[in-house]
Design a protein around this ligand. Structure first.
Ligand code: PLP
Length: 366
């Protein structure tokens, strides 16, 4: 059996370091917003090439707090529209709604599955004030064109980077530094994953970073002084300690993911299986390797029989979810088509060459 993802195997090399980190944490007697969170924020900001990183409870809160902070700063107002890709993970859309803003869903680019700049331009009107782009499956969206559109139309350009830790554009700039602010998740399965929930916001905007660091902690500006109606969403001190152990290996892990992707792309040769687009550059960190098949139910049965793990990202598009009924009459044919065809095959830095070979052989024999 080749599992879709083996998190124990991913974390096993860190066992000793994690235990030492825990001992230090326990002995410190300081369990919330302590030195590990501060150190992780410093290191992750430096890694992304930005001035600020603010650790928060999870990826959804990272995105929600970015939007809420822009409202506090007067850059957004309740009810403003925010453009998102129709095929994103639902969390992107939930963040917009939780901040009291209005998501505008647009069809993705058919080659990259990412937000389509031309479609963004088509949806602009006076109440659109921001674009919240997802670097889906680990691949950077076309940030150069989106930046031009945002500047020209006075829009905020924000990023859901929850799947793209370490992805780099042609100029060597990393995810997290390409938008006005970006939200990350450190959910265990992400490219940089904790042993529980975690998230962060990265930005070069001093004021935004200050407001978010207050909002995550009840809106506190100093102990027991509250400037805003905030929330409790702090990056956990213990998780920050674990993330500090894993961050130094993130680039190496992403390089391994790309090497596996390269094999999949050159060695999987089956007309029934459509492979994802990749230009071969470091703008993709292959959080997921997503193929497309026409008869997915049959293909799933075949993979099960041959003991190859898989998942579907995502089987029901956001506008078809009961939670988002207001969008149920929207018409996104491409988003719906891919939701019926996509399937993610095993992808992780701990996959062995012979496991990759086995996945390839089984897919080629389908
Ligand atoms: C994982 C993920 C999130 C949410 O992160 P959590 O930490 O689970 O809240 C948001 N957006 C995308 C694209 C994700 O993959």
């Amino acid at each position: 059996m080749i599992p879709f993802l083996n998190l124990h195997k991913i974390n096993r090399p860190y066992e000793k370091a994690f235990k030492q980190s825990f001992d230090k944490f326990l002995a410190s007697g300081y369990y919330v917003l302590g030195s590990a969170v501060k150190e992780f924020e410093k290191q992750f900001a430096a890694y992304c090439g930005v001035k600020h990183c603010v650790g928060v409870g999870n990826g959804l809160d990272a995105l929600t707090l970015i939007l809420k902070a822009y409202i506090k700063l007067g850059k957004l107002q309740k009810g403003d529209k925010v453009i998102v890709a129709a095929n994103t993970y639902i969390a992107t859309i939930l963040a917009v709604k939780q901040a009291g803003l209005q998501p505008v869903l647009v069809e993705p680019d058919e080659k990259t599955f990412n937000l389509n700049p031309a479609a963004v331009e088509k949806h602009l009107d006076r109440s659109v004030k921001a674009v919240l782009v997802t670097h889906l499956y680990g691949k950077l969206a076309d940030m150069i064109t989106l930046r031009k559109i945002s500047n020209k139309n006075n829009l905020l350009l924000l990023a859901d980077a929850a799947q793209a830790h370490g992805a780099e554009d042609v100029n060597g700039n990393k995810a997290g530094s390409l938008a006005d602010a970006a939200g990350f998740s450190f959910y265990p399965s992400k490219n940089l994953g904790a042993l529980g929930d975690g998230g962060a916001v990265t930005t070069n905007n001093n004021k935004l970073a200050t407001v978010i660091s207050q909002l995550r902690n009840y809106g506190t500006s100093s102990k027991y002084v509250n400037d805003y109606v905030g929330v409790n969403s702090r990056l956990d001190e213990l998780q920050a300690g674990f993330l500090l152990e894993k961050l130094p290996n993130l680039d190496k892990d992403n390089t391994r993911r790309r090497a596996i992707a390269k094999r999949y792309l050159s060695e999987i040769k089956n007309e029934k299986i459509k492979l994802p687009f990749w230009d071969g550059s470091e703008n993709h960190v292959f959080h997921l390797f997503v193929v497309r098949v026409k008869n997915r139910a049959e293909f799933c049965g075949y993979l099960e029989k041959n003991e190859i793990g898989f998942l579907i990202h995502y089987p029901i598009p956001p506008h078809r979810q009961k939670a988002l009924q207001a969008f149920s009459n929207c018409n996104f044919p491409f988003t719906e088509k891919i939701s019926q065809e996509v399937l993610s095959i095993p992808m992780s830095p701990v996959l062995k060459e012979e496991e990759v070979s086995k996945v390839i052989a089984i897919l080629n024999a389908y």
